[in-house]
Design a protein around this ligand. Sequence first.
Ligand SMILES: *Cc1c(COP(=O)(O)O)cnc(C)c1O
Length: 432
Amino acid sequence: MNEHKSRDYYPLWHPDTQMKTAPVPQKVISANGVELELEHGKKLIDMVSSWWVNLHGHSHPVIAKAIYEQAMNLEQVIFADFTHDPAEKLANGLLDVLPDHFSRVFYSDDGSTAVEVALKMAIQYWRNQGEDRSAFLCFENAYHGDTFGSMSVGARSVFTDPFVKFLFDIEYVPFPGTFLGDDSIVEREAQSLQVIEGQLKNNPSKFAGIILEPLIQGAGGMNMCRPEYLQKLEELAHKYDLVVIYDEVMTGFGRTGDWFACEKAKTEPDIICLSKGITGGFLPLSATVCNERIYNAFYDNDPYKAFYHGHSYMANPLGCAAGIASLDLMHNNEPKFRNMESLHTKYLAEFDDHPKVKDIRVCGTVAALTVKSTEETGYMNHIGKKIKYKFYEAGYLVRPLGNVIYFLPPYIITEDQLAGAYHTMKEILDNI
Ligand SMILES: *Cc1c(COP(=O)(O)O)cnc(C)c1O
């Protein structure tokens, strides 16, 4: 028998992992509520909602039942020439909770493809009108996914290095990140807008659109900006006719304390990308939702103006059923995601003058701080690994982004559980 056919052979290749040097992955046996149970009985409180997807706690019976019932009736069907109730019901449910100007829902499978779809829509929107506007304005430190298009509009980093020559050209503009007690944010916002306007003035017909993670840049380090900035950005984008794309793959579905960041910021992007929380963390699904301005540029007798994009599992009925059930639970959990910001703020106050801490920030259900370190702030900063392990020993799943520690828990976490996590954070930082 070949080695790779033997029973002891480990066949899996994990994400973002140097397999040779990384510790052996922990086996999860089950998960319930905010808790994961590992193979040898250890329990972990999931403070990152399992990469930001889980909203209502793990293995929620309402979503599990919805998937089961859907599976017994219609598990999957081709979505060209056919439609089905779960797809329509979820689309209507999304449009009900999204700002009123959104009107059309295009499904795909994950956050990266939701972004790919948005980029392709924006480029073809212009092409269908006979204009070759195809570049994008993007933000420093942005993260939009791991496929080529979504990598192209994100920051260049260790994630993109090997592929950089295949990524299309974009222009970066500064993201005016802010934090509690920041007294120069108004200036930094003005500078950012100035850079953007400079780009647009110099090249008025170069850019198809602008793409951003509104209010919170996730993977780039939980950098947060103010709603006021997004409003000014929108004015500028309208002045130059840009297609505005909000990547709300992480910020959607209550994360920012409102249903969507665009609602909290009182802005009206042309396109919004949704995924992560859309099924409550049960199944891969995403939606790229647009307004009539975009849709109408494709709606024509000319077959060349159609949007030629699709995926095998598009609008998978099981995913849609999970999405519908999760939307129902969102209504139940609304007080929880709306109130979490005040809890975070209360517990973060303890870290105000902590000698190891800077740039404390909070937006809705997401709280973050930067640990002062002799190394550069960023994903490869080593202190994060140490902190991750200490949290693990104390019974918490926490995954710092380099030297940025953040909490992004399921909405059902109790106040006591949250207090416990902050208590542990304090102990770790006191002793680091
Ligand atoms: C996670 C994420 C993506 C990519 O989503 P995947 O489902 O991992 O492909 C895109 N944009 C943002 C803002 C994200 O947080």
